[in-house]
Write a protein that binds this ligand. Sequence first.
Ligand SMILES: Cc1cc2nc3c(=O)[nH]c(=O)nc-3n(C[C@H](O)[C@H](O)[C@H](O)COP(=O)(O)OP(=O)(O)OC[C@H]3O[C@@H](n4cnc5c(N)ncnc54)[C@H](O)[C@@H]3O)c2cc1C
Length: 392
Amino acid sequence: MTHPAPVELTEAEEAFRVEARAWLAEHRPGRLPSMDTPDGAAAHRAWERTLAEARWSVVAWPEEYGGRDASLTEWVLFEEEYYRSGAPTRIAQNGITLLSPLLFSHGTPEQQARYLPPMTDGTEVWAQAWSEPEAGSDLAGIRSRAERDDERGGWVLTGQKTWSSRAPFADRGFGLFRSDPDAERHRGLTYFLFPLDAEGVTVRPIAQLDGDSGFAEIFFTDVFVPDSDVLGGVGDGWRVAMSTAGNERGLSLRAPGRFLAAADRLLGLWGERGADAPHLRDRVVDAWIGAQAYRLYTWATVDRLQDGGDLGADGSVNKLFWSELDVDLHETALELLGPDQELRGDGASGAWADDYLFSLGGPIYAGTNQIQRNIVAERLLGLPRGDRRAGA
Ligand SMILES: Cc1cc2nc3c(=O)[nH]c(=O)nc-3n(C[C@H](O)[C@H](O)[C@H](O)COP(=O)(O)OP(=O)(O)OC[C@H]3O[C@@H](n4cnc5c(N)ncnc54)[C@H](O)[C@@H]3O)c2cc1C
């Protein structure tokens, strides 16, 4: 289904959209095997290469790094076209959406030249190593340590990370380590880049709900990282990290294209199966309206950002909305499928079951929805800060 843009497009923006649509129609692959399997990871890397060769991998980046210098409007248009075409979720997304903004804003020219190009074509896939067994919602509770090694000109990392998406198949990781145990919780952290095959790194896969190993624990035993792989200043890791967290909850990770495409597929399913389940009609309509509402809200945000505004705590509103919409939409699809929902693998019903399992992680990753509700209550609604004591 085509959704006309809810804003007036310039001729150049319209041409950009038409070009993207035509290219995607010709090149997008069929449904790839899960990227959380060896075969799937290889197939997804090949797709990244195809995107990069045609300069559709990182449209908003500068041309010198393989991008098209696309504006925010063009980027959102591209995302809509991308998912509308049925193209797969990107294996490169940790690097492209989470790390690259930090490399552009905090990285040295050497780091940019070394890390950006291989990120664009799937040569180097990145894993985010933030969470720890005792530091998820309370991220500042990070205990993994970085100790100074003056002799070798770098740092020695020790500790454990967990729930690191794509780590079983990734090449490199980025994450926060406590470099000053005496500093105040948010201050003594430093942001490091490291190879996942470095001496002393052990990646232990964790099976997900669907049985594939989509994430992993990462153990660090005296892992040496040179000074050149510190991103931003020593002790400045929290500020560096937070400059991407809002992005992840808000625009970058979940542009509305994916939900629009899923809502359109749901309408298609309703067309095939709705006669047998009239009681689901309102839920199908609600899901479709939800996807449209999210799209309009995003376009309003784009407008504000282009006028010099910032995302701020609004990212938490986005996050609550897209993650809950995604679960509702997929639950409705499974009810429409009835007993066929049990089917996995290739074919329409298999895709719904896989996507439903993935949607269940939405209210948890990128900061749990309980935490996002706290942020909305305190920072947007101005409500008093709640009691944080356990059990209170
Ligand atoms: C699919 C998926 C992919 C992920 N990928 C990554 C990744 O690539 N890299 C990475 O570093 N991490 C990743 N994570 C981890 C994710 O960021 C954490 O699971 C999340 O931050 C929650 O932390 P936690 O699991 O330690 O839960 P906890 O922080 O222990 O929370 C447990 C429960 O208590 C609630 N809670 C805690 N504190 C409060 C409070 N103050 N007020 C109200 N409720 C509260 C939480 O909302 C939650 O419901 C991923 C998680 C999932 C599910």
